[in-house]
Design a protein around this ligand. Structure first.
Ligand SMILES: *Cc1c(COP(=O)(O)O)cnc(C)c1O
Length: 346
C-alpha cells in the first residue's frame, strides 16, 4: 500500500442533472427559464453551474449580490443577462454590464435611462414596489416586470391566486413589457403562473418544488464522507460529546470526516440516516465540528477508508433537511468549503 487513503469528504455535483432539470422546468413552464445562481449557485458553484447552463442555452441569470454578479459576469462572458436581485447603487464599480432589480421608486429614479428589472410587491411584503406606488411607475419601460410568490409551495393557498391577479393587473399598466413571475414551485402551479421568464433556483439543484408529491427533479448532489476509524464498543458504552448515545448491545461505531463545520447540521445529532451500499446507516450521538459517528453494527463488511453517503440516494437534501428541521435550500447553501468538489460535466 502506498500513500494514505483519501480522508477528505467528496462532494459530487452532477452538472448534467442540473442541465436536465433546467430543460425539464422549461418544458413544464412552456416558456423560457432563467437560472437563479445566488449564494454561489445554492452552494454548488455559480461559475460551473452557470457555464453548464449557458452552454445548454440559458441566457438569463439571477444572483442576489453585486459581488456575485461581478463574479458570474467574469465566468460567463458578456452575452448573458446577469441580474442582481438585491439591486446595487447606480454607478457601482464594474456594474455597467449587470442588470439591477429595482425594488423601490428611489432605485427606479437612480437607474433612470439604464435597463433594469422592476420588482413589484404583490403580497409578500419583502422587496419590491408596493401597490400604492405602482401608478408612479407609469411611463417606465423596464426590461422585465417581476414579482415573487410567497406560498408557491402550497398550491391551495389563496395568496397564490391573489398575487397572480395583482400582477396581471399591474402588467396592464406596462403594455409590451415582458414579465417574470414563477420561481421553482410556481412553475408547477399551472398556466395562470406562466410568464415570459421563470426564475427557478432550488429545483435546478434537485430540491423538490412540489413538496408532498414525488420529486420531478433529478438529484444533483452526492456527499461521501470517508470512514476514519471503526471501533467495537461494549453494551453500555457511550458515544460522543454529552454521552447522549449509549450502546444497547455490543456495537461497531464508524467515525467519518464531516461535521457541522462542513454544513452537516448539528441538529442532525441522533437523527440522520446515511447510507452504505444502499443500506441505511443511523447517525448516533452528537454531530461534532469535524466528525460524526454512525452505528455500523449491522454492516460487518464496512472498513476504514470506505465512504458513507451523507447526502445522496436515500438521504436527499430534502430528506436530510427534514430530519434537521430545516429545508433543502439551507442544506445546500450550507455545504462546507472543506469538501473536495468533483463536477460531472454536462
Ligand atoms: C431565490 C429567488 C428565486 C429562486 O427561488 P427558488 O425557490 O429557489 O426557485 C426567484 N426569485 C427571487 C426573487 C428569489 O429571491
Amino acid at each position: 500500500m502506498t500513500g494514505v487513503a483519501a480522508i477528505d469528504a467528496i462532494l459530487s455535483i452532477d452538472l448534467g442533472a442540473v442541465v436536465a432539470n433546467w430543460r425539464r422546468l422549461g418544458a413544464v413552464h412552456g416558456a423560457p427559464c432563467a437560472a437563479v445562481v445566488k449564494a454561489d449557485g445554492y452552494g454548488l458553484g455559480a461559475a460551473p453551474v452557470g457555464r453548464a447552463l449557458q452552454a445548454a442555452g440559458c441566457r438569463h441569470f439571477f444572483v442576489a449580490h453585486l459581488a456575485e454578479g461581478l463574479a458570474l459576469r467574469a465566468a460567463l462572458g458578456p452575452d448573458a443577462m446577469v441580474a442582481v436581485l438585491n439591486g446595487f447603487p447606480a454607478g457601482a464599480d464594474g456594474a455597467a454590464g449587470l442588470t439591477p432589480v429595482l425594488n423601490g421608486l428611489a432605485d427606479v429614479a437612480a437607474h433612470q435611462g439604464r435597463p433594469g428589472i422592476v420588482q413589484l410587491d404583490t403580497g409578500m411584503a419583502r422587496l419590491g414596489v408596493p401597490p400604492e406606488e405602482w401608478s408612479q411607475l407609469a411611463g417606465q419601460a423596464p426590461l422585465f416586470l417581476m414579482t415573487h410568490l410567497a406560498v408557491a409551495d402550497q398550491p391551495d393557498h389563496a395568496l397564490n391566486a391573489m398575487q397572480a391577479g395583482r400582477f396581471a393587473a399591474a402588467r396592464a399598466l406596462f403594455p409590451g413589457v415582458p414579465a417574470s413571475l414563477a420561481a421553482s414551485s410556481g412553475i408547477f402551479l399551472g398556466p395562470d403562473f406562466a410568464s415570459d421568464l421563470a426564475r427557478p433556483g432550488a429545483a435546478l439543484y434537485g430540491i423538490n418544488p412540489t413538496p408532498g408529491l414525488p420529486n420531478p427533479m433529478r438529484q444533483v448532489v452526492r456527499l461521501e464522507a470517508p470512514v476514519l476509524q471503526v471501533r467495537e464498543i461494549a453494551a453500555g458504552a457511550p458515544v460522543g460529546y454529552g454521552a447522549t448515545w449509549v450502546a444497547e448491545r455490543p456495537s461497531r461505531v464508524a467515525t467519518v470526516a464531516a461535521g457541522y463545520a462542513d454544513g452537516y447540521p448539528r441538529a442532525l445529532s441522533g437523527r440522520a440516516i446515511a447510507s452504505f451500499q444502499g443500506q441505511p446507516v443511523p447517525l448516533i450521538g452528537r454531530v461534532s465540528m469535524d466528525l460524526t459517528t454512525f452505528d455500523v453494527t449491522d454492516l460487518p463488511g464496512l472498513r476504514p477508508g470506505d465512504a458513507l453517503t451523507l447526502i445522496g440516494p436515500g438521504c436527499t437534501p430534502d430528506e436530510v433537511a427534514e430530519r434537521a428541521g430545516t429545508i433543502g435550500y439551507e442544506i445546500l447553501t450550507s455545504l462546507g468549503a472543506r469538501y473536495r468538489r468533483q463536477y460531472q460535466p454536462a
